[in-house]
Every structure is written in C-alpha cells, then in structure tokens.
Design a protein. Sequence first.
Length: 127
Amino acid sequence: MKEIKFNFEYLKVYQKALNFIDNTYKSTNNFPKKEEYALSSQFRRASISIALNIVEGSGDSNAQFNRFLNISNGSIKECVVCSTIAKRLGYLNNEEDYNNRLLLEELSKMTSSLQKYLKSNNSNSNN
C-alpha cells in the first residue's frame, strides 16, 4: 500500500517537533501522579502546540504561516519553562533538562529561520 503524505509532513521543523513531543511524553510519564492534570498535561499540550501551529500555518499565505510560527515560538518558550519547573521540582535531572533545552533551541532556530525566509520571500514577491 502506498504511503500518503501531506506537504507539511516533509518539513524538517515539523519532524523535529514530533521528536520533541515523543521526548516530552517519555519524560512526563515519570512525573508524579499528582502532576497528571497539572505540569505533565501543560508540558504535553505545549509541546503538541509547537507541531500543530507549524502545520496549521503551512500551506497558507506567508503572512499567516509567519503568524502561526510566532505562536509556535511561544509554545517553545512555554516548554522551556515547563522543563525548568520540572527540574526544580526534581522530576527531571540536569541532563534531561539540558537535552530538552537543546531540542527546543534547535526548534526555535528552525522556526526563526523559516520566518526570515517567509519574510524575504514575501518582500521579493512585492517588488
């Protein structure tokens, strides 16, 4: 059977966002039960929001895609805070927090680069 793929599934930033979601779910599985509807849930929702906003904006106008990438960047920052809180509470060790930060930094750079590309592409089409 032939695999069906949507265009956004070829975006590297989308693939990286999925990897971060996998990482977040693995990490939060080890959080205390009392965090199930608190920090665990917030961390998971924020990580999912990164990918969802990339997808929602892709295929739209450059201006709309840029807007959704801004929202995605906000979710990246939210995940940094969730990871920091989890480390401070002892739910993540230093290495886990560091690895989260590496992945989030990479996602942030990728979304920012994509935004610059969209803006320059938009500027070129206006000339």
